[in-house]
Ligand binder design. Structure first.
Ligand SMILES: O=C(O)c1cc(=O)[nH]c(=O)n1[C@@H]1O[C@H](COP(=O)(O)O)[C@@H](O)[C@H]1O
Length: 248
């Protein structure tokens, strides 16, 4: 087994359900059959359209939900927002690290206060996978390498009560080296070889993500817009888990 495989904590690729409404989401999920136990991400597009009801519906169907709303506000507002999120029974959620340590601590306190038996895991957003190092320099006025910035953010997130970060797989092994081994490295920006990058910049294949030390991958359009989403999911899952020599 490759070293990266030992680091993998989420065997299932997390499918980003970036759909405009509940009906489209239901049609998509129905293709996977009643007994499937998927790990899906509900983000802004679906949540702003279908609200907490769609999250409850998906969890009631037996799927794990990563509710990705990327909270970023003053600490009190984020704490109270996270209390509401925790009551939805989701598995993971997100806050922006750039809001600072007080905001992340408040996010964690909100999850602690709002959760029942199982607290949602808190992930900090480092640098979006759509951001290049050049953009970071010119638009954010952050000097140095993008990896160094991601490492700094990851360490701040860990010290502030986060359970992991969202970063690209390109930074995953460095984050692993700079944080506790169980600190999660959830990586979007996943594209099978030859697939369109779309708006993503820091992109790797599912197999590379496994080798680079990701602990979970997030995949949207390569599955949701595939001619056969169930087959695309199965192929990406095999590649991610190192179960195939197929070109991914
Ligand atoms: O927080 C995220 O999930 C996220 C962070 C990030 O840096 N990059 C990123 O692409 N994402 C999300 O991951 C998903 C990627 O979707 P695709 O580009 O279609 O595979 C989208 O739902 C994004 O919102």
């Amino acid at each position: 087994m490759k070293e990266g495989n030992n680091m993998r904590q989420q065997v299932r690729p997390i499918i980003a359900l970036d759909f405009p409404d509940a009906a489209t989401t239901r049609q998509f999920l129905a293709q996977f059959g009643q007994d499937s136990h998927l790990f899906v991400k509900v983000g802004m597009e679906l949540f702003y359209a279908a609200g907490p009801d769609i999250v409850r519906e998906i969890t009631a169907a037996g799927h794990d939900v990563f509710l990705d709303l990327k909270l970023h506000d003053i600490p009190h507002t984020v704490e109270m927002g996270m209390r509401s999120i925790a009551r939805l029974g989701v598995t993971m959620t997100t806050t922006h690290i750039s809001g600072g340590s007080a905001m992340m601590q408040a996010a964690r306190a909100g999850l602690d206060a709002g959760a029942g038996s199982k607290r949602p895991l808190l992930l900090g957003i480092t640098q979006l996978t759509s951001t290049s190092e050049d953009q970071m320099h010119s638009e954010q006025h952050i000097p140095g390498s993008l990896q160094a910035d991601v490492l700094h953010r990851a360490q701040l997130a860990q010290a502030s009560g986060c359970d992991g970060v969202v970063c690209s797989a390109m930074e995953a092994s460095a984050v692993l080296g700079a944080t506790n081994p169980d600190f999660l490295r959830i990586t979007p920006g996943i594209r099978p070889a030859n697939a369109a990058a779309n708006d993503q910049v820091r992109v790797v294949t599912p197999a590379q993500a496994g080798q680079l030390g990701s602990s979970g991958i997030v995949v949207g359009r390569p599955i949701t817009q595939a001619a056969d989403p169930v087959a695309a999911y199965a192929q990406i899952k095999r590649s991610w888990n190192g179960d195939t020599n197929d070109i991914d």
